[in-house]
Write a protein that binds this ligand. Structure first.
Ligand code: NAD
Ligand code: DAU
Length: 367
């Protein structure tokens, strides 16, 4: 079996659903269930003996050691993290605890387990660390996309803690011989995405008649990848990745934020037109920029493509349509996650409407 950490979050839950659809191999899912962890994502696995959920912290070495010794997984896949850049700006502490201290403790516990494995089990064992393109920092407009050799220049507390965790993973390979693999992926989108992130926030706000907040001029560029394509990349790296290597994962799909939000609005206009006939794009509102906002990320996914034969299946057009449709089909999931802790975060970050000066009130694109 495999041990997945953070498997109740956005990517982790998609990964577990995807894994169990492709493999007979059981999964132990260790998740602390922070505000971002949601067992409802895994409702379809109720009663499935191949999914074992354990609530706990990756930094709890005693618990992790006990799980390893009881279940003897052949791999640990570390998705657990604090993942939202804006939250890291408001309060970096939790990011340092989970992303740095948590990853360190998980590595240390994995190392103790690995060292006692017999030769055959040791040769199969892998520690796969799921990381982000944000560790590379911001690209200027004409610069080539990030390769695996790009230097690390993290700019937010979130990316700094992810960079630290990547370095620890690397060090455990070079120093202790722990068989590690690291993936650095671009922005994911798809089902079960928590509505604090741009795409699900805009879908949710659009349907609720609220402003769609665009930071700064909205021309910041991200590479967008459908979450199930990220899951297939991770499966492939686990299966065939070379120990000690890192693999960049992306969709070859750079888009300005404003264009992403306009695409969402166009699909909503088609699938759920507003009664008054206006476009959801009329709700777009430009607000004060994120501090230290990285201007552009772009991933060169050549290595994983040529060495491991991985390619994304979805284009942005097909993936974003599936995503919008999923949110329209699952209003109760959205209603459940937008209560409680999430509501207080929205109040703190955006204020009663938006926390910021609305700098423009109509969409604006310079291409
Ligand atoms: P998420 O915030 O949706 O989920 C994180 C999960 O980790 C939650 O279920 C949470 O309860 C759990 N968790 C947090 N702290 C924990 C701890 N100390 N112990 C155990 N569980 C804990 O995040 P996500 O978007 O699914 O991201 C998953 C991973 O992928 C992260 O490592 C993130 O850095 C990375 N990543 C995300 C993206 C993206 O676009 N979302 C892109 C590239 C890489
Ligand atoms: O690049 C991979 C990263 O993508 C992951 O490592 C992170 O875990 C994940 O959260 C995501 O980070 P971003 O900061 O890029 O995602 P977010 O959805 O928060 O923002 C996407 C872009 O949209 C970014 O340029 C900021 C902007 N934005 C975001 C929000 C929430 C807005 O303009 N308005 C908003 O309200």
């Amino acid at each position: 079996m495999i041990l997945v950490t953070g498997g109740a979050g956005f990517i982790g839950s998609n990964f577990i659903l995807d894994w169990l659809a492709h493999s007979e191999e059981p999964v132990i899912n260790l998740d602390k269930l922070t505000y971002a962890g949601n067992l409802e994502n895994l409702n379809s696995l109720k009663g499935n003996p191949r999914h074992i959920f354990v609530r706990g912290d990756i930094a709890d070495s005693e618990l992790v050691a006990q799980l390893l010794s009881e279940h003897r997984p052949r791999a640990i896949l570390n998705f657990a993290a604090e993942s939202h850049v804006d939250r890291s700006i408001h309060g970096p502490e939790a990011f340092i605890q989970t992303n740095i201290v948590g990853t360190y403790r998980l590595l240390e516990t994995a190392r103790a387990f690995y060292k006692d494995l017999d030769e055959r089990a040791a040769s199969c064992f892998r520690f796969l660390h799921v990381s982000t393109d944000e560790v590379y920092g911001s690209l200027s407009s004409g610069a080539s996309p990030f390769t695996e050799e790009h230097k690390y220049e993290p700019n937010s507390p979130y990316s700094a803690t992810k960079a630290a965790s990547d370095h620890l993973v690397r060090a455990y390979y070079h120093t202790y011989g722990l068989p590690v693999l690291t993936t650095n992926c671009s922005n994911n989108y798809g089902p079960y995405h928590f509505p604090e992130k741009l795409i699900p926030l805009c879908i949710h706000n659009a349907l609720a008649g609220r402003p769609l907040p665009i930071y700064g001029d909205g021309l910041q560029i991200r590479d967008w990848l459908y979450v199930r394509d990220h899951c297939s990349a991770i499966r492939r790296v686990l299966e065939a990745g070379k120990v000690g290597e890192t693999y960049n994962v992306g969709g070859w799909n750079e888009m300005a934020n404003i264009s992403v939000v306009q695409s969402v609005c166009e699909i909503l206009d088609e699938l759920k037109p507003k009664e008054n006939g206006s476009s959801y794009a009329a709700q777009i509102t430009f607000v004060t920029d994120r501090p230290g906002h990285d201007r552009r990320y772009a991933i060169d996914a050549e290595k994983i493509s040529t060495e491991l034969g991985w390619q994304p299946k979805e284009t942005f057009e097909t993936g974003i349509r599936k995503t919008v449709q999923w949110y329209l089909d699952n209003p109760s999931w959205v209603a459940n996650v937008t209560s409680g802790a999430y509501q207080s975060w929205v109040g703190q970050h955006y204020g009663s409407g938006l926390n910021t000066t609305a700098r423009r009130t109509s969409p604006h694109v310079d291409t």
